[in-house]
Design a protein. Structure first.
Length: 281
């Protein structure tokens, strides 16, 4: 199937395939119910282009028919394409550098096994930054150290598994770390780099929806990264996710949030410890 963000001209679509205001509200309800993502009114034009094109591609007479088909078939593989089209994959290596400095100090105080959950891994820059931090901070990191990197966006997770980036994307990575943890591409791969196995073997990538019922067992993780994700949820969903995170952390475990996220007044399960870093109470 073609991706939903295909840029073919929307103007070639029949009028009946276009988005109506009622269709937008319907799509927003489905998205929030499935993934927790709140679709703001400012996204209506983008949603219109995206959904109208997809409805046309899969042979529906209208966007409403496409949405009805999703609603009737909760296990349809089309849900994956629908959700992927509305996820935002803005990320970078060592984004919010102070978090990795805090993580480095923290893991030096922890006993093995050490396990980190990167719960919004996107295209992989964040979990690989975590892996570098662990390799640089934990003695014998090949034993008893692991990262679980998940995202709801299946396309993003596949890119993360591939671990291939442009040299522009790895500019935040120091020359020392580039030598130790990345391979430079040659030939048709010139201008690209690939993550070495000394990082890849530390990470298990997977697709995970923070609203799904099955969660990791209690006391699984030493730290959880959930940065710049909660801002796309409403307050009730934020509270639900935070209160699910708490039991999965070990005693004294840390939750890393995004720079614009404040959980202080949402739950008693965490206490603010530093700049957008929370400790399990």
């Amino acid at each position: 199937m073609e991706p939903l963000n295909n840029q073919n001209s929307i103007f070639a679509l029949p009028e009946r395939a276009r988005l109506t205001p009622g269709d937008f509200e319907y799509a927003a309800r489905l998205l929030q119910s499935r993934a927790g993502i709140v679709l703001g009114e400012h996204k209506q034009e983008m949603a219109g282009r995206t959904l109208a094109l997809r409805a046309h591609q899969v042979g529906h007479a209208s966007v409403r028919d496409y949405l009805d088909d999703l609603s009737r078939n909760p296990h349809s593989p089309e849900w994956e394409i629908f959700v992927n089209s509305f996820t935002i994959n803005h990320t970078a290596f060592f984004r919010e550098q102070h978090h990795f400095e805090i993580l480095a100090r923290f893991v030096r105080t922890r006993r093995k096994p050490i396990s980190i959950w990167c719960s919004a891994a996107s295209t992989g820059e964040e979990p690989y930054s975590i892996a570098i931090t662990l390799r640089e901070s934990v003695p014998q990191p090949d034993v008893g150290v692991s990262i679980w990197a998940t995202d709801i966006d299946t396309n993003a997770i596949q890119k993360a598994r591939d671990g291939v980036y442009s040299q522009e994307r790895v500019k935040p990575v120091s020359d020392e770390y580039l030598r130790k943890y990345f391979q430079r591409g040659t030939g048709r791969r010139a201008g690209m780099v690939r993550v070495k196995d000394n990082l890849r073997t530390m990470i298990e990538f997977g697709v995970f929806n923070l609203l799904q019922k099955d969660w990791p067992p209690p006391a699984t993780f030493d730290a959880i990264f959930c940065r710049n994700t909660m801002i796309y949820f409403d307050k009730d969903t934020q509270v639900k996710v935070l209160e699910r995170f708490a039991p999965t952390l070990k005693t004294g475990g840390l939750l890393f949030a995004g720079h614009s996220e404040n959980f202080t007044y949402l739950t008693d399960a965490f206490r603010l410890q530093g700049q957008t870093v929370y400790v399990k109470t």
